[in-house]
Ligand binder design. Structure first.
Ligand SMILES: Cc1cc2nc3c(=O)[nH]c(=O)nc-3n(C[C@H](O)[C@H](O)[C@H](O)COP(=O)(O)OP(=O)(O)OC[C@H]3O[C@@H](n4cnc5c(N)ncnc54)[C@H](O)[C@@H]3O)c2cc1C
Length: 282
């Protein structure tokens, strides 16, 4: 709803899926933040025998670059939420989004492609800045081809080092350094190595960071004994059960930012495990 744009996933289709669940009798409680409105332990005290956490990985990562706090610098999540959920591209919107003229999107995944194509639709000249080469781009091949067809420029093997702003605090340039690929790292992908003295700048009035997201720590901070790994993702067994009895988890909250199909598969696996466990117990 808030991430993947309308031109790639019409919201009517998402609403149809939700409609099916309601018809099946699933009750959906909205405007309820687990960990704030109520805790998982309190919810279980109200008679819920099992809980499944599918809270995703909605917290955007930043690079901590000098000047990253300039106006005109967005996380892809904020930029896409404003456009997809708040329709902020409409002039009459209460909180209209800036219509950039020269935009750089940092990152190479599906999120970066979506942010770039949305900025293009707002009329911007858009550059994708990615530290590895075309072969290593993690985005789906189709998304890259569509982005190229729409005139998005790919500045590959380069990495931002600084955002330069003007007196009013708006970003005006991004300084980058060229990279070359060295030995493979732990992920097996060749490590990008900076080429000293190869710095250059790109003029911008908008920059969008799309370098990944992490799980929001709220649920683990408000649920005793819920173990997570170093990336803040819930640790689960093969059926999705966490370190807490009858609390299950799946999707991005366990895998880190991944795919729709991975999340749906995890949900189904956990549902089967919960059902079997409840039946055995009774
Ligand atoms: C821009 C973008 C493009 C993408 N493109 C693709 C693609 O092309 N193909 C693909 O397979 N995947 C794509 N993905 C990834 C895919 O969307 C995710 O992997 C998938 O949505 C993860 O599903 P999930 O159910 O784990 O989490 P999410 O879909 O993130 O859902 C988590 C839900 O939990 C809610 N929530 C979080 N915390 C709480 C809380 N404390 N209390 C109550 N509710 C809470 C959130 O509001 C959210 O509604 C894309 C993601 C983005 C952002």
């Amino acid at each position: 709803m808030y991430g993947i744009p309308e031109f790639r996933l019409p919201k009517e289709i998402v609403q149809k899926e939700i409609g099916h669940l309601k018809e099946m009798g699933v009750k959906i409680v909205t405007n309820f933040v687990v960990g704030r409105s109520d805790s998982i332990d309190s919810i279980m005290e109200q008679g819920y025998e099992a809980v499944f956490i599918g809270s995703g990985a909605g917290l955007p990562n930043f690079m901590g670059l000098p000047g990253e706090n300039c106006k005109g610098v967005y996380s892809a999540n904020e930029f896409l939420t404003r456009i997809n959920l708040m329709k902020a591209y409409r002039e009459e919107s209460d909180t209209p989004v800036q219509h950039p003229k020269r935009c750089v999107v940092v990152g190479g995944g599906n999120v970066a492609m979506d942010a770039a194509r949305c900025a293009r639709r707002l009329g911007a000249e858009v550059h994708i800045v990615y530290r590895r080469s075309m072969e290593e781009l993690p985005a789906r091949k189709e998304e890259v081809e569509h982005a190229q067809e729409e005139g998005i420029v790919f500045d590959l093997l380069c990495n931002p080092v600084k955002v330069i702003g003007n007196e009013e605090g708006w970003c005006t340039q991004i300084e980058c350094i060229r990279m070359e690929l060295g030995e493979p790292d732990a992920s097996g992908r060749r490590r990008p190595v900076p080429i000293e003295g190869s710095n250059f700048t790109i003029d911008i009035d908008c920059m969008i960071m799309a370098i990944g997201t992490s799980p929001n720590p709220l649920i683990r901070h408000t649920t005793e004994g819920l173990e997570v790994n170093r990336k803040g993702c819930f640790i689960c067994d093969e059926e999705g059960m966490t370190s807490r009895e009858n609390i299950y988890a799946g999707g991005d909250a366990v895998s880190g930012a991944a795919t729709v199909i991975n999340a749906m598969g995890a949900g189904k696996k956990a549902a089967a495990a919960i059902d079997a466990k409840m039946k055995n117990r009774s």
